[in-house]
Design a protein around this ligand. Structure first.
Ligand code: DLL
Length: 432
């Protein structure tokens, strides 16, 4: 089942032509409207008109997350603010988030691509989509929401958390499709089981899970426990949000929506493009976005692309599961966390040292974060009451900056192992 057969099954040669045409108009747009891109291209001595074939893209410089931070909040927008109808944001490497904007057309395009994605999971107007992605600055909730409405399905905008209510509404409203992170889906499944719920008797038929890495093992568990077909969906706010790529019924990788996004795989060390089949860092260029076009954005996600023909009839290339990142970003309960965010908080606190260790684990299918923090020598012998108060303040500050709660364990000075090379800041015990 296709949402947009013409584009989804477009002959690859024609698709390349469309991409080139759209790439050139995007380059024109950013060159004329975003000083950052004009400067970057001028420095390389290239103008949009120099890009004559798809191969020429190699000449255009990359964009990285730091560039977004340097231009915080709206410096990379290519339209005046009165054309921007919405913004979203995701966590940056320190306190400031990465901000993205959308025009009316962008929102419409995104809803269309999400409608395309949900259709790939079998969604139609007859479905009840329980959307348990978080609503807010995170793109998951609203991204799925608008796509589900465009399909004409009934959306239940329950957002994340509130597990008892999720299970109650799932039964009462006869939800047929669940959308949330895979780890939360597993948590829901087990809580449901504990409450004696038989998912096989519910009308639930599919799950659209993403925003964090998961595995085939998790897919099998989710499909068995929830009695559904579980689909992988990928996206990132810098490029749009959910719906940059999505699995089809063949479940052999996610089709990247190439009529809107140009994908490359590069060697993360040298920046050189790699051929299909080789593992490297995924790089995206948006081809149709108006408010926040993005050029050769380094996602830091490691994967493999393939252009092998897919049985579903779609011609768009597929990406395999994301197997890792080239930076230290963690995804904890669906929230992107950089260890450096914790470090900058600790530097604000006089009583602690910027020596810390993030211990991530999965308890009963939910991610658990414990942060070990060293107390400064001069405070160590201080009253227990004061230290407790410091721990409490730290916990609150971390919750407000990171957007997730953590257990804080204050430890004695010089007890966190020092490293001679790169400091070891994270112990990730999760098995996915
Ligand atoms: O996570 C958008 C999204 C929402 C995707 C809902 C899917 C469903 P960000 O918060 O900007 O956006 O985080 C983007 O999350 O670079 C990947 O590292 C990771 N990620 C997203 N989807 C997947 C997936 C949303 N299916 C970052 N598998 C990306 C593995 C994923 N990692």
């Amino acid at each position: 089942m296709y949402w947009d057969r013409e584009y989804e099954t477009m002959h690859r040669e024609k698709l390349r032509e469309l991409q080139l045409e759209r790439l050139r108009s995007t380059l024109d747009r950013v060159y004329n409207n975003v000083p950052f891109y004009k400067k970057a291209m001028d420095e390389r001595g290239i103008a949009p008109s120099d890009i004559r074939t798809m191969d020429d893209i190699k000449r255009i410089p990359f964009t990285v997350k730091q560039d977004l931070r340097d231009n915080y909040p709206f410096g990379l927008f290519a339209v005046p603010m009165d054309e921007v109808v919405r913004v979203h944001a995701s966590s940056g490497t320190t306190g400031k988030p990465t901000v993205v904007g959308y025009t009316k057309n962008d929102i419409n395009m995104w809803a269309n691509l999400m409608a395309r994605s949900l259709t790939m999971a079998g969604a139609t107007r007859g479905d009840v989509i329980q959307n348990a992605y978080g609503y807010g600055l995170f793109t998951g909730g609203m991204g799925v929401h608008y796509g589900a409405e465009m399909v004409g399905a009934t959306v239940v905008p329950i957002s994340g958390g509130n597990t008892d209510k999720q299970l109650m509404l799932m039964q009462d409203f006869s939800s047929t499709i669940l959308t949330c992170t895979p780890s939360y889906a597993l948590f829901l499944a087990e809580e449901g089981e504990n409450a004696g719920l038989d998912f096989a008797k519910l009308p639930l038929k599919a799950g659209v899970f993403g925003a964090e890495p998961w595995s085939e093992r998790m897919r099998q568990q989710l499909e068995a426990k929830l009695s559904i077909k579980a689909y992988d969906i990928y996206g990132l706010s810098e490029v749009m949000g959910p719906g940059v790529s999505m699995e089809c019924r063949c479940q052999q990788g996610m089709h990247i929506f190439e009529d809107h996004f140009l994908a490359e795989i590069i060697d993360p060390g040298t920046g050189e493009p790699l051929p299909f089949g080789q593992q490297g860092e995924l790089v995206f260029t948006s081809l149709t976005k108006e408010a926040f076009p993005i050029i050769r954005y380094r996602t830091r996600d490691i994967t493999v692309l393939t252009d092998e023909v897919c049985d579903c009839g779609r011609t768009h290339v597929r990406m395999r599961r994301v197997t890792g990142r080239t930076d230290d970003m963690l995804i904890i309960r669906g929230v992107n966390v950089f260890p450096s965010q914790v470090e900058s908080i600790l530097l604000e606190f006089g009583e602690t040292e910027p020596h810390y260790l993030l211990v991530v684990d999965r308890r009963g299918n939910l991610d658990d974060l414990e942060i070990l923090v060293e107390i400064s020598e001069k405070w160590f012998s201080d009253k227990v009451r004061h230290l407790e108060e410091v721990g409490g303040r730290l916990k609150n500050r971390i919750a407000s900056v990171l957007g997730i709660s953590a257990r804080i364990k204050l430890v004695e000075p010089r007890t966190i192992p020092r490293s001679e090379g790169k400091a070891m800041r994270v112990v990730d015990k999760r098995e996915i």
